[in-house]
Design a protein around this ligand. Structure first.
Ligand SMILES: Cc1cc2nc3c(=O)[nH]c(=O)nc-3n(C[C@H](O)[C@H](O)[C@H](O)COP(=O)(O)OP(=O)(O)OC[C@H]3O[C@@H](n4cnc5c(N)ncnc54)[C@H](O)[C@@H]3O)c2cc1C
Length: 458
């Protein structure tokens, strides 16, 4: 009986274990997770007695990967209320323009007061050469000017990656737009083509996707919370779950792998026929170092942003009728995104309380995260009052959840680096899965895990 070890118990590792079990009911699976509980960035929290998400809260449903997985596991998907999202600009909350791909508009005349675009320069031939990758900011600045980037695209991407448009790879974060840019000579034409074919943006994180209005919901979450998906995967995977144990070493043996796990003072070894590595890039690179220095070098380049999620339960306040809003960096606030939890997700309402979640921290400007929890709560409350233009009461409950080094910053060329890493590992009974490689969104992680399981089975 083959023994497969899955390293990492986030959505990618759990899904990989489940797919292995589905395809090979007899195989022995061990899943090793360094944290005391499985789930990775999927984690339940609580605010004023309401179960709210402490990590990822939603997923794109236009990419059916998660909804299909949920259905297989007997879980129901619930959708957010149809309330708009806004951008905080110059002391006003302006609606996020429709008809954009993560803020990149097809029609620049429809941006209203949000931004003024410059006319697209004439170009002969496609915007991008075959295989070429650039940052989203570079392309959009060149075609539409800086206002569109700074006031629209950057905050939309920031809502997903906590990163900046000028640093994020077009091919990784907006793959359908990158593909269209290789055949179109205007950005407007490329966006129109991408919107026609797109499964949507890479993740369900932004307060509003900004895609063309659609009668179908764009996002969903799991009834009972994302942790219900984690529990269902744990049950269905039938793996030997080893929690609270970091994998410290990965060594090739004549027939497979030897893993060193647990505390340095009392390490344990484990033999495996095959391994699925579903951890973030830094621990992955450390574990790959002996196996393939080339793969380790390619994987280890990926950098991460840190964020804190500050949740407040505010009594006796009626918030604007929005699901939330994004705050562009030039506005000068530490808060970069705000979700009105109970307005976006009516099943999470609490009587007479406004439940608010603010995301703080941007890639490259993370000093604010060094403040203690109490300071972050005060800062968010103060900034929220300014952004809403009103006084706010003392919260009856407040939580701070820190996510250090949690959001991958896919720089241009990321997909080539991942391809080279996988090529360097070709032929070994080892597969890479998760957000370090194939996209940050939960659907992308689920797909990545499915491919890793298939690779190991073959
Ligand atoms: C605050 C936040 C909000 C987000 N919101 C959304 C959202 O709404 N929608 C969406 O689609 N995406 C969202 N994302 C992104 C998405 O949640 C993640 O990209 C995805 O969950 C990553 O899954 P993963 O399995 O690849 O990695 P992870 O969830 O990071 O799991 C990897 C696991 O590996 C473990 N590990 C690391 N090193 C070792 C080791 N040496 N040995 C053993 N275990 C190890 C870690 O403890 C971790 O549990 C959000 C991310 C964050 C941080």
């Amino acid at each position: 009986m083959a023994h497969v070890v899955v390293i990492g118990g986030g959505i990618a590792g759990l899904t990989a274990a489940y797919r292995l079990r589905q395809r090979d009911p007899g195989c022995r699976i061990t899943l090793i997770e360094q944290a005391p509980e499985p789930g990775g960035k999927l984690r339940a929290g609580s605010l004023a007695g309401v179960r709210v998400e402490a990590g990822a809260e939603a997923f794109l449903v236009r990419d059916p990967a998660v909804a299909d997985l949920a259905a297989e596991l007997g879980l129901a998907v619930v959708h957010p209320a149809r309330v708009p999202a806004a951008l905080a600009l110059g002391g006003r909350l302006l609606p996020i323009p429709a008809g954009t791909l993560v803020g990149v508009p097809a029609d620049t005349s429809a941006l209203g007061d949000v931004a003024t675009a410059t006319p697209e320069p004439a170009t002969t031939g496609p915007l991008l050469a075959a295989g070429q990758d650039v940052s989203v900011g570079e392309l959009v600045r060149a075609r539409y000017g800086s206002e569109v980037v700074d006031r629209l695209v950057d905050p939309m991407l920031g809502g997903v990656y906590a990163g900046r448009a000028d640093g994020l790879s077009l091919a990784t974060t907006l793959p359908t737009l990158a593909a269209a840019a290789r055949t179109h000579d205007t950005l407007a034409g490329a966006v129109r083509a991408a919107l026609g074919t797109s499964a949507g943006p890479a993740t369900g994180l932004a307060a509003g996707a900004g895609a063309a209005p659609s009668p179908k919901p764009i996002f969903g979450t799991i009834e009972g919370g994302m942790s219900a998906l984690v529990s269902a995967l744990v049950d269905a995977a039938g793996a030997d779950l080893r929690l609270g144990l970091p994998v410290r070493g990965l060594h090739r043996t004549a027939s497979g792998w030897r893993l060193v796990i647990g505390a340095t003072r009392s390490p344990e070894t484990l033999e495996a026929d095959a391994v699925i590595l579903a951890v973030p890039a830094r621990p992955a690179a450390r574990l790959l170092h002996e196996v393939s220095p080339e793969a380790a070098a390619e994987v280890g380049v990926l950098d991460y942003a840190s964020v804190a999620l500050v949740a407040l339960a505010l009594p006796g306040v009626v918030m604007p009728e929005l699901s939330g809003f994004l705050v562009p960096a030039p506005e000068g606030f530490a808060t970069k995104a705000v979700t009105f939890i109970d307005q976006k997700w009516p099943h999470l309402a609490a009587p007479d309380l406004a439940l608010v979640r603010a995301s703080v921290g941007r890639y490259g400007d993370e000093r604010v995260l060094q403040r203690p929890d109490g300071d972050l709560v005060s800062l968010v409350r103060t900034e929220l009052a300014v952004l809403l233009g009103r006084d706010l009461p003392v919260p009856v409950d407040a939580t701070v959840r820190r996510w250090g080094g949690a959001l991958p910053q896919y720089a241009p060329g990321h997909l080539d680096r991942v391809r080279r890493a996988r090529e360097a590992l070709a032929g070994l009974p080892l597969a890479l899965a998760g957000a370090a490689y194939d996209g940050v969104g939960i659907p992308a992680c689920v797909r990545s895990a499915g491919r890793a399981a298939e690779q190991i089975l073959h």
